[in-house]
Design a protein around this ligand. Structure first.
Ligand code: PRX
Length: 652
């Protein structure tokens, strides 16, 4: 991987192994050869409007037809303008009308081993009931509903109920702190909060409602809170504000017509980290997002009605939105949903689930695969994984050794691996092998999907040559693209569209190899990827300096065996003593400000954070020190980086 921000991108990764799709896979695949992929890619490229017009008509239900396919006005785009549709209708009613009412939509297993299944008909009834609960609370189209829930079917039901009535959901991952929830609720002016009494994690209860109670004290726009009973712990209910999910739903009708919504109506916002201290609410639409989630699901997973599909992501992230809920349900798939940790009660839990439910498609994150490698093959060997036919990865690059283990140990050498590159902003997968068509190379996300026009440019915005790294941009609009940042369109314009005018700036570096394969090489900004989750180092710094004893803080990413990257912080204290107790206090502080996922692995105290003469933190020096590439002396006491900083001069 490259050292981002270094100005120059070193291309150290060379991988020559290539794995053509197994003939047994290609024979049954929808897109079954490289020629077929190329034909489709060229067809969409030559006349995108004709292609997307036909797809939108055949894949979505329209209450009112659209009168234009794509309108571009500078950076503003409109897909399927004039049309009215509804994502929930497309996911549920449309499948029921097509005769699939009794097909299983969700097979769910809780961490303690409790299970539930819901057919499309049953899911529809639950969603309608909850949509009526929301209506009863006064939720109207365009209102924001904040969701902080465990991975239970009710989380999907809540999301679908929102989009059914045109409410905008903002799902907040259930590991975030009360402060982080309140920030997001306030930014979005959320009206209603949905949560649970708690969730199960490694055999323990995480009391979600306690966190919500603190968050809601600081979320003045939230007037109601609906609480799912999941763990049966004691939990305080605030009179007039809180009510139990089961009580509210018991009184609600199973009939609730889907609201016809404008194609461009906001379906949801999802907060993600950018290069500043403040997370941004990425805004997605209705028709374009729905179509992109569905088509990419069908293409990349080569989905068939007899598949049991399992995406292990949490709905708190974009992967859970597009490939747990909206893509698979729009396609009419049967999916597995699991609540808990991969190593509870033991490290074989995932493989136990694959065997038990005969999972045929498994989509997970490299950080999880690295953990499985570390836990040992014996946990895998106990299980029959012969139901698997396709494997996927998402969220970060996968190193070739881990890829090979996944391929051989989990996939038995017969399952293609789809390494899917995309982002919260892109709404769905942008680059990935089509598994029956594109030979894979370990560590490469291979080729763009039809409709995606990547271009790699250097700092002077000129396209770079083969095997030269540069900034990855997307030259043309695609239906699933973000439409803005909630409440801050200027920031959206600045961040994504100003560096390469007219093109979407992904924030990633990439290179193209001799075979036209793409290799993602890490971020160009101060965003780091911890266990496949995006965090801004500046967010961590802001949280740290809000502690009373911290004078200054620099946070950087450093390589980590399991997490991919870990956070290392360099701290200058005010009048306090550098001690283990201070480290503990700072860890606790970050946990409270952001959540457990942002707690640094390394906290190092220093005399002064090294800076250039112009006052910029010497991040490259700190990254090298954090990674152990540069000797920095005794780390038990206050470190003095001034000598190293002087040696480096102003080169940063
Ligand atoms: O740096 C890329 C990395 O994750 C970033 C997007 O993070 P997020 O919006 O949280 O979405 C994650 C799930 C889609 C990207 O800018 N990334 C994601 N997938 C890959 C990847 N890096 C390399 N290879 C991937 N397959």
């Amino acid at each position: 991987m490259s050292d981002s921000n270094s100005g120059q991108i070193d291309n150290v990764m060379r991988e020559d192994r290539i794995f053509p799709p197994h003939s047994s896979f290609s024979e049954r695949a929808v897109i079954d050869s490289m020629e077929e992929y190329q034909r489709l890619y060229d067809r969409v490229k030559s006349d995108p409007e004709a292609y997307w017009e036909a797809e939108a008509k055949s894949e979505l239900h329209w209450f009112e037809p659209f009168d234009s396919v794509l309108k571009k006005d500078g950076i503003n785009v409109e897909w399927f303008g004039g049309g009215k549709t509804n994502i929930c209708y497309n996911c549920l009613d449309r499948n029921i009308d097509a005769g699939h009412a009794d097909r299983t939509a969700i097979i769910w297993e809780g961490e303690p081993g409790d299970t539930r299944t819901l057919t499309y008909r049953e899911l529809h009834a639950e969603v309608c009931r909850f949509a009526n609960v929301l209506k009863g609370l006064g939720v109207e189209p365009g209102d924001v509903v904040s969701i902080y829930m465990p991975m239970t079917p009710e989380l999907a039901i809540a999301m679908l109920a929102c989009v059914r009535i045109g409410a905008i959901h903002s799902v907040i991952f259930a590991g975030f702190s009360a402060e982080a929830i309140a920030d997001r609720n306030n930014d979005a002016s959320a009206k209603v909060q949905l949560t649970a009494d708690g969730l199960w994690r490694r055999g323990k209860v995480i009391p979600l409602k306690e966190t919500i109670d603190i968050a809601l004290e600081k979320s003045p726009t939230v007037k109601h809170c609906v609480v799912l009973k999941r763990v049966n712990n004691d939990c305080k209910m605030v009179e007039g504000r809180d009510r139990w999910w089961h009580e509210a739903a018991a009184d609600a009708s199973e009939n609730c017509d889907a609201t016809p919504l404008d194609s461009e109506a906001t379906s949801f916002i999802l907060y993600t980290s950018g290069s500043t201290g403040k997370p941004k609410g990425i805004r997605h639409t209705t028709a374009g997002y729905n179509l992109w989630a569905k088509k990419t699901f069908q293409w990349v997973f080569d989905w068939r009605p007899d598949d049991i599909y399992w995406c292990t992501a949490d709905c708190g992230w974009i992967t859970g939105h597009s490939y747990v809920v909206y893509g698979p349900l729009a396609a009419g798939a049967t999916m597995l949903m699991y609540e808990g940790a991969p190593n509870f009660p033991a490290e074989n839990r995932f493989w136990d689930l694959v065997e038990k439910y005969k999972v045929s498609i498994l989509y997970t994150a490299p950080t999880a695969i690295r953990a499985f490698v570390k836990w040992g093959d014996e946990h895998v060997d106990k299980h029959d994984l012969s139901s698997l036919r396709l494997l996927g990865t998402v969220g970060e690059g996968i190193n070739p050794d881990t890829w090979m283990w996944y391929h051989e140990k989990i996939g038995g050498g017969r399952c293609p691996i789809v390494d899917t590159w995309w982002q919260t902003e892109t709404g769905g997968i942008m680059m990935s092998p089509l598994p029956g068509a594109i030979p894979t190379k370990p560590g490469s996300c291979t080729k763009p999907l039809p409709g995606v026009m990547p271009v790699i440019v250097d700092e002077s915005l000129q396209p770079v040559g083969v095997n030269q790294g540069g900034m990855l941009c997307i030259a043309e609009p695609w239906p699933g693209m973000l439409r803005g940042i909630w409440g801050d369109d200027d920031r959206c314009k600045e961040q994504y569209w100003s560096t390469c005018p007219g093109k979407y700036l992904t924030g990633d570096n990439a290179r193209l190899d001799d075979d036209g394969y793409y290799w993602i090489m890490g971020r160009i900004d101060d965003v780091i990827n911890v266990s496949g989750h995006r965090l801004s180092t500046i967010e961590v710094e802001s949280a740290m300096v809000s502690h009373e004893n911290v004078a200054e803080c620099a946070a950087v990413g450093r390589p980590h065996d399991i997490k991919g990257q870990a956070i290392a912080v360099f701290i200058t204290l005010k009048d306090a003593e550098a001690s283990e107790a201070m480290r503990d206090a700072l860890r606790l502080h970050v946990r409270k400000e952001i959540g457990a996922l942002a707690v640094p692995d390394d906290i190092r105290f220093c005399e002064a954070v090294p800076k250039t003469r112009s006052g910029k933190i010497m991040r490259r020096l700190l990254r090298d020190i954090a990674a152990g590439r540069e000797a920095a002396g005794d780390t038990s006491t206050l470190e003095d980086f001034s000598v190293l900083a002087k040696l480096r001069g102003d080169e940063e």
